[in-house]
Design a protein around this ligand. Structure first.
Ligand SMILES: Cc1ncc(COP(=O)(O)O)c(C=O)c1O
Length: 390
């Protein structure tokens, strides 16, 4: 292979090698959160299936029904012939659920963020390079195209006074200004203060783009996400179907005009095959179930509170998490990997997060509490941490 030595050198010198591990669902199927790995049963605390919808009978049945009638592939881009009328129905449901005039379904959340932001920042449309103010801990998908197209200013994580300060510094700059944030941060599990953020965006006439990926299903008056409760003051809300909504894919909600613009400009929509009809069925079922899942949302919140209390009582650092995503911040990457192995030996799977996903010295094990865990699962998590920290 030409140039092989470049890639091999990277692999040889990469301090944090990654590998794909093969997990199986536990054979007894007693819980969607039980996995088998190398013959060992693990309780999965690294799942983003926050409500346990990935294996919900209604999502499976509707997915099968859509596949039965439409097939498993949509066979072309939505702009060609892949736009089944089911899209239109679903997008209207999403827009109304999330309180915005229009919605657009895209492929994976990563694809949605990269391609929607690429379209938004198109210099030939804006006539200049926009100023983009982005939280320092924003997800990789929010930065991937942004860093090449925008004059990027990153503010300290969740520090709105720093955001305001950076915007103040540019009051004389008449280039378009955008703010990009997540409603709940995926690695830290902390939340943005929407009232303060919206006031800042309005004061500086900045466009507000919110990634609600980790909130949809779990937060909001009807469970449709945190941002949905502030929809009127947010220009674009992006969310995923791949986490709390149990399947795959993403949506954005916005104005009718913005939807039309993206249909004409967003390469992730124009040049990509429409998602599988089987997935559209699962999306439809999840949207229907979400408002009725208050008990599950309360269970997630109760488990998370219990876990955070435990960490606090034992002087274990969980940063500023106040959601169902709770990191145990250990610091040193090697130590974090060791602890993660000990957890696994004792039947607990948490997500080991190290640089470059988080800054040096901030390695952690990230736990997600879900409605599909049982009281006993959470008790076992605390017992195992007790045992290995003793
Ligand atoms: C904040 C955020 N946005 C977007 C994504 C990408 O979503 P998807 O997994 O559907 O590609 C993720 C995934 O981890 C995320 O955490």
């Amino acid at each position: 292979m030409p140039f092989e030595h470049y890639y091999q050198t990277f692999l040889n010198t990469n301090p944090y090698p990654r590998e794909l591990k093969n997990y199986e669902l536990a054979e007894d199927h007693t819980s969607p959160m039980y996995l088998n790995y190398c013959g060992k049963k693990l309780i999965n605390f690294s799942s983003s299936d926050y409500l346990g919808l990935a294996k919900h009978p209604l999502l499976i049945a509707r997915s099968q029904q859509y596949a039965q009638t439409l097939g498993v592939g949509s066979a072309s881009s939505r702009l060609v012939s892949g736009n089944f009328s089911h899209y239109d129905v679903l997008e209207k449901k999403i827009a109304s659920a999330m309180g915005k005039p229009a919605a657009l379904i895209l492929g994976a959340g990563y694809q949605a963020n990269t391609s929607v932001l690429e379209a938004l920042f198109d210099p030939s449309v804006l006539k200049s390079k926009p100023l983009v103010f982005c939280d320092r801990l924003c997800h990789s998908s929010l930065l991937a195209t942004t860093r090449f197209l925008a004059d990027l200013k990153r503010f300290h994580h969740n520090d709105l006074s720093h955001l305001n300060l950076l915007l103040e510094k540019h009051t004389q700059d008449d280039r378009p200004k955008f703010i990009i944030i997540e409603s709940i941060y995926s690695m830290d599990g902390d939340q943005v203060n929407f009232n303060a953020l919206i006031a800042i965006a309005k004061k500086h006439n900045a466009f507000l783009y919110v990634d609600d990926a980790h909130a949809v299903g779990v937060y909001g008056k009807s469970g449709y996400g945190k941002a949905a409760d502030y929809a009127a003051d947010i220009d674009i809300i992006m969310g995923t179907f791949s986490k709390g909504l149990g399947s795959f894919g993403a949506y954005i909600t916005c104005s009718e005009m913005m939807r039309d613009y993206l249909i004409n400009k967003c390469k992730g929509l124009i040049y990509s095959t429409g998602i599988s009809p089987a997935i559209l069925g699962a999306m439809d079922a999840a949207l229907e179930l979400i408002p009725q899942m208050q008990i599950e949302r309360q269970r997630v919140a109760d488990y998370a509170t219990r876990f955070r209390h435990y960490l606090h009582k034992n002087n274990l650092n969980y940063g500023h998490s106040d959601t169902h995503i709770v990191p145990w911040i250990i610091g040193d990457a090697k130590k974090t990997i060791k602890i993660s192995e000990l957890l696994q030996e004792n039947g607990i799977l948490g997500a080991t997060i190290r640089p470059p996903s988080v800054p040096n010295g901030k390695s952690r094990i990230r736990f997600c509490l879900t409605a599909a865990h049982s009281e006993e699962d959470v008790a076992q998590l605390l017992d195992v941490i007790d045992k290995i920290t003793r």
